[in-house]
Design a binder for this molecule. Sequence first.
Ligand SMILES: Nc1nc2c(c(=O)[nH]1)N[C@H]1C(S)=C(S)[C@@H](COP(=O)(O)OP(=O)(O)OC[C@H]3O[C@@H](n4cnc5c(=O)[nH]c(N)nc54)[C@H](O)[C@@H]3O)O[C@H]1N2
Ligand SMILES: Nc1nc2c(c(=O)[nH]1)N[C@H]1C(S)=C(S)[C@@H](COP(=O)(O)OP(=O)(O)OC[C@H]3O[C@@H](n4cnc5c(=O)[nH]c(N)nc54)[C@H](O)[C@@H]3O)O[C@H]1N2
Ligand SMILES: [Mo]
Length: 764
Amino acid sequence: MADDIRFDQDDSPAGGWGSVKSLGSILRREHVIVEGAGVLIHQNKPDGFACVSCAWGKPAEPHPFEFCENGAKATAWELTARRAPPEFFLQHTVSELETWSDHDLEQQGRLTAPMRWDSQTDRYLECTWQDAFTEIAAEMRAQAPPDVVFYASGRASLEASYMYQLLARMYGCNNLPDSSNMCHESTSVALPKTIGVGVGTVTLEDFEATDCIFFFGQNVGSNSPRMLHQLQDARRRKVPIVTFNPLRETGLLKFINPQSPFEMLSGVSTRISTQYHQVRAGGDLAAITGICKALIEADAVAIVKGTERVLDVAFIEEHTHSFEEFSAFVRNCDWPALEKEAGLTREEMETAASEYARARAVIAVYGMGLTQHRLGVENVQMLSNLLLLRGNIGRPGAGICPVRGHSNVQGQRTVGITEKPELAPLDKLKELYGFEPPRTPGLNTVEACKGVLAGRVKAFISLGGNFIRAVPETVAMEAAWRKLRLTVHIATKPNRSHLVHGEVAYVLPCLGRIEIDRQGGVPQAVSTEDSSGFMHGTHGFSEPASPKLLSEHAIVAGIAKALRFDNPRVDWDAWVADYSRVRDAIEKTYPDIFADFNRRMWTPGGFHRPIPARHRIWKTATGRANFIVPTQMDADPDMAQPGANVLRLLTIRSNDQFNTTIYGYDDRFRGIHGTRHVLLINPDDLVLLGFRDGDIVVARTVADDVVREVYGLRLTSYDIPRGCVAGYYPECNPLIPLWHHAKDSQVPAAKSIPIRLRRVAADS
Ligand SMILES: Nc1nc2c(c(=O)[nH]1)N[C@H]1C(S)=C(S)[C@@H](COP(=O)(O)OP(=O)(O)OC[C@H]3O[C@@H](n4cnc5c(=O)[nH]c(N)nc54)[C@H](O)[C@@H]3O)O[C@H]1N2
Ligand SMILES: Nc1nc2c(c(=O)[nH]1)N[C@H]1C(S)=C(S)[C@@H](COP(=O)(O)OP(=O)(O)OC[C@H]3O[C@@H](n4cnc5c(=O)[nH]c(N)nc54)[C@H](O)[C@@H]3O)O[C@H]1N2
Ligand SMILES: [Mo]
């Protein structure tokens, strides 16, 4: 950890010179100045490569530099000149590496050769690819298929993901959890019931046509900065932006476009949010209900006065179901209760409602602030209810916009990475490949963790990601993980999940998306889906980090072939030799989405998948868009703990990390430098609890009898609602009980963890 700890909550805008400086320093640190700068020109271009950072849409007519500070950082991180070769692993035992920080581990650079853990020396030693495939397959054959888990983080291409799900299903299970189980699964569960699709309905063009944007729990400045272009353009058209977030996030306050010489020279920034409501963590359900209540009450007044209706009555009549029930529920909610839960006044909710009612077309954007709660599914459904009240779905400039995380997380779901058999094209797979796909539901992330804890799961294969760091309940999970028989990690950089390993353990290094992937000497292209449902072709520009790397496709095929499925209809070699044949297979499996895939993947701006709700076709059980009444309103049932002084912890990302990849210890936007071991706390709570700014505390979860603690957190006064504290992910993950997750989607409730604080005793 850096020792120069500093806090300077200034008010400089997102983007601007701070962003250029930060980018310069990371390119220098990774020694990629020359190459990195050249490669960046191709980022998110129609004939270029899709950024490996976030999933935000890529326009058909891109800016000259269609990348942001954090996208460029992610590029530099992948193209780094640093290497973690087998010699590095010879120098350090795995037990020693376990004491290293996430930052220091990944900072070693790119993995260069396949490695197997050696129990004699406690080291990862280089092995051959063939030996790795042979032993992994033998170990898998020794297990029952339901006991093996195939995890996917959201970065692998559509082609690699399709091959991976087929591997799992031919092997015999649907155990395909992915990172979206910790992320937007609340969206995938909520929206099919309300509007009949599991993805958002908004495209980049809608941002050009909208006249109001509502923003819930998404930190655009750090996590999807390219979206700031759309927001800035909207602000130039005087489109109001109404934000709900417990923290006043810089990117939602103001922005200087680093690609505009005028703005850079003059320091003229664009104000982003026109209203900013510092909702309590978990208070959105009440806040959105309050807005709905204000609209329904205003509509009742309009009926009496004979003025223009506030609700879109024609839309509700023709297109929706259960409006009466919903409206009765909302009318019955009383204002004081809503105010208490939301941590906002009635007036604030009414002010937001009146902005909403003035707009002809509204987009509702949201992120982890809605999905990672016990009521994460209800949160998303309530937002959909709000949009339906004025027909804001299925018309230009309007719609619901979940901002996805990993750059191809949405796409992986589209091509069959799912533990839910009903969402996978099992009949089609049977027809195409002539095997009987398993029909039993597989394990999602939380269930996979439970399976490992209970000793039922025996083997864990991971296509990217850093599972053990990303999941809740770190301490118990790590202990259980060591009892696994087999762990296999297909990865680009070393991370903690490689160290907390099974009896037989492999780390298999793969090419990243920015690298040239040659098969039989011919460079291959792959494809990804962005947050708005557009599919894009992408190909590498940089020489591979090591000659021993294989593509993810080749690794998946290598394991599959070693398993000897004896199925002549799946020609793994042919697929690896030419990825366009995998695309043909995807097209045959999903003809409605991927017609003419190989040609259309190079369409500037991508080609769009059908999203029926965009055309007001509702693929729901009722054939209509459904209003859904939440089962309860108190944001977090687990917070109803006896005793005082329980705080609600929300875990956040800094501007200097990508999930568990920690680029550095600065969070420039929040003015935190040199440390991630902080808890942001309201100054009044600080006094009330008898602490002082800078005190070092222990946080302990208040939930059940299990002791879950994180030591050494520095209290920092911050502009955050009373009763809420914020700390960084993944450092705070040991505090999240595994069972503390969204009710229906099982997304860990990482934005509302009940904790108490105590001072570190002088001798501890
Ligand atoms: N640079 C960078 N880009 C990334 C990532 C990264 O780590 N770094 N991660 C990627 C991934 S996988 C994902 S899922 C996305 C995540 O992107 P986001 O969806 O932005 O997720 P978080 O960073 O967790 O931040 C959530 C925001 O919600 C606010 N919040 C917390 N609790 C509540 C609440 O109860 N209500 C409301 N209204 N707001 C709340 C927080 O203050 C924060 O501003 O970003 C992706 N892009
Ligand atoms: N407390 C708390 N916990 C959270 C969250 C939170 O907000 N709060 N957010 C959750 C969310 S939204 C998510 S998505 C998960 C993230 O969980 P994961 O997706 O599992 O984690 P990442 O940190 O994105 O994974 C990073 C690793 O991926 C590997 N990698 C990078 N690029 C590639 C590639 O091209 N191919 C392969 N094979 N490997 C690659 C590298 O080895 C790197 O170390 O965490 C979740 N956990
Ligand atoms: Mo995510």
